[in-house]
Design a protein around this ligand. Sequence first.
Ligand SMILES: [Mn+2]
Length: 289
Amino acid sequence: MQVHVKMGLVALLAGSVIITYLCSFASKSLTRFFYTPPAQQKEISRAPKVRHIVLDESVVRGKRVFFIGDVHGCYDEMMQLLHKADALSDDTVVIFVGDMVNKGPKSREVIDFLRHSKVYAVKGNHEDHVLREYDNSQNPGYKLSQKYTWVGKLTLEEAQYLRDLPYTISLPTYNIIAVHAGLVPGRPLEEQSDYEMMTMRNLVKTADGFEARKRPTEGKPWAAEWTGPQHVVFGHDAVRRLQLYDHATGLDTGCLYGGNLTGLLLGKEKKREIVSVKSRQSYVNTAKV
Ligand SMILES: [Mn+2]
């Protein structure tokens, strides 16, 4: 008899645990299903006001240009690199090639620096992820996951800064375009896909040109297929580290993963120089593709 009572109690307990779990799961799903963003929120898109920016001769005349690869919140290394290249003076135009934030230790500090310095930056897939989470977190029922808790502290102005980062920055004087991930050859900038400019790594040849691929398992590195006429400076591809092609330079040398933070410095005589600093530690174990 006693055994039966015990078994009954165990069954009751197990049953109530399962029911509690199912209820919480159902309520989360229902919140997601029935949630309608506030009217004003609907009008906000993650796209910037201007997708492609041109820095003309008047901006770069007589100045050096310093492109910086994926910082990913590695604020200390970023400052060290800027000092090493003496890039904080007025005679240098600094351009970040995207993924300045997320995954690493000091994303807020990096955003603060970007907003209050006279530097330029393009939007990477991680800026886009941050904006997605920021927008989601405007819903009171939405819970930010552990890795995005820092996004909950962003101000509207900080989010707006990230939102308005362009996908490309062109420097006709140098015949250079900066983009986070890559460009599909033979396609004008206005016809490049926003998503592909932030995520592509490879190209697959098709009957009428190329198709972009996010994963590097199919096709060839896009930069190997890029024949100009512009030189493209990009990031995003930590696995391939420094990429030096005639018409493309890949600057993601995996600072986040214990590699380097790397920049490309164009001297006043248009001489190109790679400048890098060692990462202080491995903040994330392996580079995921
Ligand atoms: Mn990226």
